[in-house]
Ligand binder design. Structure first.
Ligand code: SF4
Length: 469
């Protein structure tokens, strides 16, 4: 059977403000994970429209399309195209799970929730000639999941081909997050077996890894065993975790000892009212500065995530947030305009209040205001968002943030990482065009390498009592 797996390009990837490098970071792991359930006889073509032109003139038997909110319209068009050619088309992903009734008319079958249990079930039904219209995930486990078909990934087109996911979901319930909508009807957080995760890591070439897990420290027992197994593997890696998990116990020291060199941290907002509005309880009364200091003492760079537009935000929020990031030596910042994704608690509450102002999903890209704001106008919010990016990544602020570190080597790492990421667009574009992106990997690995003499653990902080957070 001929099978085509497609990740259609997000609408924002076509904007003049598109930074091609942002969409050439990670390969579509989810599709490569599903491909692992197909048989050796199947002819499989995996295409990611962010890094290659889609070939739509082929004649596959089965088409699987991964749908996000801002590629939904494009996904439906591609689905219709292949259905008109007689292919059986499956739609799945975050947006389909949030709005199945919208996706259903465009597909022969839709998948709600993760596909590890439902995709093998579908394949059995499909081969037997009676596929169902809707597959809803119920059994949540990663044990027995076959190795990802990484051979289908065009590694040279990505900056970070070694991305990996060892868990699904997250133990928290932020109201703006897709997580609860996607995992509804079953477990919302579960991990691989540690040995399976280590075996997957072992299969990856080179040193660098990027864990795309929502919360790499979400299950302390699992993470501890994972990091213990990774010690001595000579890896450097990046991942994401919450403020509270950085401050609690000594897991972060173990992560650093295993090779953690940069962490995406969801600070989101400094306002307790905003944290309550977004049900981000895990950040309430947490000392952000202490979390930053702890990471820096371990040589871990920080990508801080911040949301603008929660109801307690005012006109000063942009400057305040940028200044805080710079004065605390945050290496990179990711700013978002609050976006009420369908299916989330935030969407439901805004809808009840009549605050949703647009249902054009192409605008749900965290750069547009799609709801009625409170203390800021929509124009102020969008202008402030763009200004925050310009200010944080001005050369003067990159230098100012770099010199917050206490060693010259860390200052230089910060400077090259932050400047390299935001200030060398023509070089990135050239590397993408010439298919040489992965040649930057050794440079990334050397920037992330451990600074000689840097402590692997911070003993005084291992004893940090939880109460002191
Ligand atoms: S901590 Fe992050 S991944 Fe978890 S629910 Fe909140 S926003 Fe989602």
């Amino acid at each position: 059977m001929k099978v085509k797996l497609i990740l259609p390009a997000l609408a924002e990837a076509e904007s003049p403000l598109w930074r091609p490098i942002k969409y050439s970071l990670f390969p579509p792991l989810e599709l490569a994970t599903l491909a692992a359930y197909l048989s050796d006889e199947d002819e499989i073509d995996l295409q990611d429209q962010h890094v290659e032109e889609l070939n739509l003139s082929d004649e596959p038997d089965l088409v699987i399309i991964q749908v996000y909110i801002t590629n939904a319209y494009r996904s439906y068009e591609i689905a219709s195209h292949y259905r008109s050619k007689g292919a059986f088309v499956i739609l799945g992903g975050l947006h389909v799970s949030s709005l199945p009734e919208e996706a259903l008319p465009f597909a022969d079958a839709i998948f709600i929730g993760p596909g590890e249990d439902t995709f093998p079930e579908f394949l059995k039904d499909f081969k037997a000639g009676h596929p169902q219209k809707i597959y809803r995930s119920k059994i949540r486990t990663l044990s027995g999941v076959p190795p990802i078909r990484r051979d289908l990934i065009k590694r040279n087109r990505y900056l970070v081909p070694n991305s990996i996911v060892v868990s699904r979901g997250c133990p928290h319930h932020c109201s703006f997050c897709y997580k609860d909508a996607f995992f509804e009807g079953g477990k919302g957080f579960y991990t691989q077996l540690v040995d399976d995760a280590l075996a997957e890591i072992d299969r990856l070439p080179g040193r660098h890894l990027y864990f795309l897990d929502d919360h790499l420290l979400g299950n302390a027992k699992f993470s501890e065993a994972l990091f213990a197994g990774m010690r001595g593997m000579d890896r450097v890696f990046q991942g994401a975790a919450t403020v509270d998990s950085i401050l609690r116990g000594n897991l972060i020291e173990k992560a650093a000892a295993a090779g953690l060199r940069s962490l995406f941290v969801g600070f989101e907002t400094f306002s307790p009212q905003n944290l309550k509005q977004s049900n981000k309880k895990q950040n309430l009364e947490k000392d952000y500065r202490k979390a930053v200091q702890r990471l820096h003492s371990l040589g871990i760079m920080i990508n801080g995530s911040f949301v603008f537009g929660l109801d307690d935000d005012d006109k000063d929020v942009f400057k305040r947030t940028v200044d805080w990031g710079v004065s605390n030596g945050i290496t990179t910042a990711t700013y978002h305009i609050l976006t009420p994704y369908p299916g989330t608690v935030l969407y439901k509450s805004m809808e009840m209040q009549g605050r949703i102002t647009s249902r054009n999903w192409d605008l749900y890209d965290t750069r547009h205001v799609v709801y009625r704001t409170e203390n800021l106008s929509a124009q102020e919010l969008e202008a402030g968002y763009w200004q925050a990016y310009r200010d944080f990544y001005s050369w003067s602020n990159i230098v100012k943030a770099s010199v917050q570190h206490d060693s010259i080597k860390h200052m230089l790492k910060h400077f090259f990482y932050s400047g390299g990421w935001k200030k060398f667009e023509p070089l990135w574009n050239f590397l993408i065009k010439t298919g040489n992106l992965n040649h930057m990997l050794p440079l990334l690995e050397s920037i992330l390498a451990k600074v000689k003499g840097q402590k692997a653990t911070a003993p005084s902080e291992i004893l940090l009592p939880e109460k002191a957070i």
